[in-house]
Design a protein around this ligand. Structure first.
Ligand code: BGC
Ligand code: NOJ
Length: 831
């Protein structure tokens, strides 16, 4: 390895809001997401990855091989070839390399990858030839743009060849990697000028194709992988590039690719720029063909015409930057702690957008094939996103609600393209319905838009079963109440938030899915976590009822919540912490009586978030137990002691080796629940401490150990029982992004949307003496300064807005477009 000597892998550039990677051999591919709404690309620091239109399973444009050797093989590659005659001997000599390092991995004299908001830029140099690649998806078009610039930094003329390379996926990513007896015979392309068209299956049932083009005339092209690479070569030795000439071969079956050959003579000091576009185009049924078997290229031509110059590309990039400037201006903070500021202002919000867009579908750990959108996941992702684009959150809520069944239960996952529930996973995850209340409440608190409750939404996507969104919430609420177990706690069903606590599964067959198998429908396994979620989110339902003149329903709900809290107190308390569940035999899980799995993080987080045990000291006791038994240097593990053996009655949780995933890994998603809980008991120092432990930017120096991106949350960090304690996995697509953002902004910094306005309720370490926040809220802008000269953790001495003292802690909604100065002085509470 050539880059081993450098101590760090990069740094944040706060000015440009980029993460700058300074060596290509990061401990794992460090990726970025291109695209905002329909067209997306995953883009690694060595130009690896792939792109898709809307659905990573159904409409994938380029092929990617997960779990490949070497890692991260496949992407949008640009091979460079520098060739000349040796001045003394007269022999031809050539140098072929990858300016993004992968796949050839020749030494680069310079290398840098800047991942910005929706774009990435790789720049490098070798032997006096500088290269830069700007890659992004423009706001309104379905394509990836790659702007390539070559500069001759030497004093002699250079003759460079560029060979571009993408490998097409035959659209359905699952079929593409399994059904070779068919797929090797169906690949079709067309080439016209510099544009390579991938049109597999267009002649039959598809109305879309891909185009890969460049804005200059080309010297040749390739469209067949074998011809281009050589059958026994990898991406790192394309025979065509080494030969220096394209084959102009039209693929027929096998593996269609797109490669352009461009010859680039460069005088000393000269630069040349090329715009490559990889686009997705659709035609209506009657417009599919230009002539017999010749596709209608009109939409592609319009797209290519639009981005045919570097200037057009720069304008599109400027628009993208403006879009992000605007989004991020809706919530921004200032304080002395730079790491905090960069996470809150940029990277955490950025990741919230990504998780909103992707749910758990496509990352370097999620293949884009299996998961689609999660019901509980998407509802939680909303929590960190709703302030950015409330209109999109609204649409998402309606999509999710349409996958709910009429008894209130829900499809656990749905496909983004069809918006239909996935039958292979089905329903029965008994926490799912409650997250809909949580998501809708967050939307209403942010926007004040109660009209969403009147939207007619189908059940199970069946229009005949439509009812108002409010009725969906009611069914959600009642689903819990209709499914109580012997202790009066909610039945767990297949599993609650912890997908791996499969208490009715009893699986002995290898390969059987823990998520869908129910060999032992006990009808009695209960979840204290669901009870806690009910107690936390139920009051929002009651409040929504009250505010929409449904007084009786509000009272009914409040009674049910009070009863649930009573049940938690009676049957969900273990003496020093909250229990986790009762299994199919009625035995306790998460109790000091257990051998392993004595204490779990989730139920303790949610019970205290719901303010249970605050008045009688049990909340503090539970949180102290969590600290004592579960906390590590890298975050709080999910439970302890880790399960050492497989337990038939517990399911997947005990299938993981100790310290990984749900078996006592640091499952970051629920760490913020403890953070929030700590603010409920007023411990700002502790809250901030738990926040920082899992926050990637604070862990940047551990990158070698941690391995994944220092600018994105990971789902899991190996726990203390694991040999690789501290190593993170599953970066990007995790509910941690939303919950961490909620925990820091709403509970630690304490600027929290509530039904009546913006509640100010900070709970911070006494050492933070001041901070300020600019918050866009329901059309107005609040410039909030918090003074903590008093050095308290919680409590407000006074709040004034525009010079007037407020008599409560809620900033009321103000006129559209107005700007308000808010001064908050922390100290001993006056109310
Ligand atoms: C994972 C869970 C995940 C579940 C469903 C399990 O293997 O550990 O985190 O939710 O699969 O995909
Ligand atoms: C990942 C899943 O996407 C999420 O829904 C679940 O809550 C966690 N794993 C915990 O099992």
């Amino acid at each position: 390895m050539q880059y081993n000597n450098s101590a760090s892998y990069g740094h944040f550039d706060d000015e440009t809001r980029e993460y700058v990677i300074t060596r290509p051999d990061t401990p794992y591919p460090w990726i970025n997401y291109l695209g905002c709404e329909d067209f997306y690309g995953l883009f690694s620091n060595t130009s690896g990855g792939y792109c898709f239109y809307r659905d990573a399973r159904m409409l994938r444009l380029t092929r990617y091989r997960y779990n490949n050797v070497p890692a991260d093989a496949g992407g949008r590659y640009f091979y460079l070839r520098d060739h000349a005659e040796d001045e003394i001997s007269g022999y031809a000599r050539q140098d072929v390399w990858s300016p993004s390092w992968m796949p050839i991995k020749s030494k680069l004299d310079r290398y840098e990858c800047r991942h910005g908001l929706g774009y990435s830029c790789i720049s490098s140099a070798r032997n006096g030839l500088a290269f830069s690649q700007l890659s992004f998806v423009p706001l309104k078009d379905n394509c990836e743009i790659h702007k390539i610039t070559l500069t001759n930094e030497t004093k002699v003329e250079k003759n460079i060849d560029i060979f571009s390379f993408v490998e097409f996926c035959l659209w359905n990513a699952n079929d593409d990697m399994t059904n070779f007896q068919r797929n090797y015979s169906i690949g079709e392309v067309e080439v016209e000028g510099s544009a390579i068209y991938h049109k597999t299956e267009y002649r039959e049932r598809r109305n879309h194709y891909a185009v890969w083009s460049v804005n200059v005339p080309i010297s040749g092209f390739d469209t067949d992988r074998e011809t281009f690479l050589g059958l026994y070569n990898g991406f790192d030795h394309p025979q065509t590039v080494f030969a220096g000439a394209a084959n102009n071969f039209i693929a027929s079956g096998w593996a269609p690719i797109g490669s352009h050959h461009i010859e680039v003579p460069l005088k000393p000091g000269e630069s040349k720029t090329f715009v490559f576009v990889l686009g997705y185009c659709e035609n209506s049924e009657d417009q599919k063909w230009e002539s017999l078997h010749v596709i209608n290229k009109a939409p592609a031509k319009a797209l290519l015409e639009k981005y045919n110059s570097a200037e057009a590309v720069d304008t599109a990039l400027a628009e993208l930057k403006e879009y992000w400037d605007k989004l991020l201006s809706r919530f921004s903070m200032q304080t002395d702690d730079k790491t905090l500021v960069r996470m809150v202002n940029v990277w955490n919000q950025y990741q919230c957008m990504v998780t909103f867009n992707m749910s758990r579908s496509a990352s370097y750990f999620e293949s884009g094939i299996g998961r689609g959108m999660g019901f509980r996941d998407s509802n939680q992702d909303l929590l960190g996103f709703v302030h950015l684009v409330p209109e999109r959150a609204r649409m998402r809520i309606l999509d999710i609600a349409a996958t709910q069944m009429s008894d209130g239960s829900a499809y656990h996952q749905y496909q983004p393209l069809t918006k239909r529930g996935n039958n292979d996973i089905g329903s029965g995850f008994n926490d799912d319905p409650l997250w809909l209340i949580c998501g809708v409440a967050a939307y209403i608190k942010e926007t004040g838009d109660y009209s969403i409750l009147d939207e007619q939404v189908p059940f199970d996507n069946d229009q005949a079963l439509s009812d108002s969104l409010f009725v969906h919430l009611k069914r959600s609420f009642d689903y819990t109440l209709n499914n109580l177990g012997p202790h009066g706690l909610p039945l767990i069903g297949r599993a609650d938030w912890n997908d791996c606590l499969n208490l009715n599964c009893f699986s002995k067959t290898p390969g059987e899915s823990f998520q869908t198998t129910a060999n032992y429908e006990s009808g009695i396994a209960e979840s204290v976590l669901i009870a806690g979620i009910f107690a936390f989110t139920g009051p929002d339902y009651a409040e929504i009822c009250r505010r929409t003149s449904r007084k009786e329903e509000a009272e009914r709900a409040e009674k049910a919540i009070a009863a649930m809290i009573e049940t938690i107190n009676t049957h969900g308390w273990d003496g020093n912490w909250f229990l986790r569940a009762y299994d199919a035999m009625g035995k306790k899980i998460g109790s000091h009586e257990c051998e392993d799995g004595q204490i779990f993080i989730e139920s303790n987080g949610f019970a205290v978030m719901a303010d249970i045990g605050i008045n009688d000291g049990r909340a503090i006791r539970a949180l102290d137990s969590v600290k004592e038994k579960l906390e590590t240097a890298y975050g709080i593990v999910l439970q302890q002691p880790a399960y050492k053996e497989y337990h038939l009655e517990l399911g997947e949780i005990s299938s993981y080796p100790p310290g990984y995933k749900e078996n006592a890994g640091i499952f970051c998603h629920n760490n913020p629940w403890i953070t929030i809980a700590e603010t409920r008991v007023g411990r700002g120092e502790r809250a901030f401490e738990t926040y920082k432990r899992i926050c990637p930017a604070y862990r940047e120096d551990d990158s070698k150990l941690r391995r994944v991106e220092p600018y994105a949350y990971a789902q899991m960090v190996a726990g203390k029982d694991a040999p690789r304690f501290g190593e993170a996995k599953n970066s990007w697509l995790t509910g941690t992004a939303a919950w961490a953002f909620v925990s820091i902004t709403q509970y630690i910094l304490g600027i929290r949307p509530v039904f009546d306005g913006l509640l100010i309720d900070p709970c911070i370490p006494p050492g933070i003496k001041s901070f300020s926040i600019t918050r866009y809220f329901r059309g107005a802008v609040y410039k909030i300064t918090v003074d903590n000269t008093a050095g308290v953790e919680k409590g407000i001495a006074s709040i004034s807005m525009d010079g007037k003292v407020l008599d409560n802690k809620i900033l009321p909604p103000m006129e559209e477009g107005s700007i308000h100065e808010v001064m908050v002085v922390m100290g001993s509470s006056k109310n």
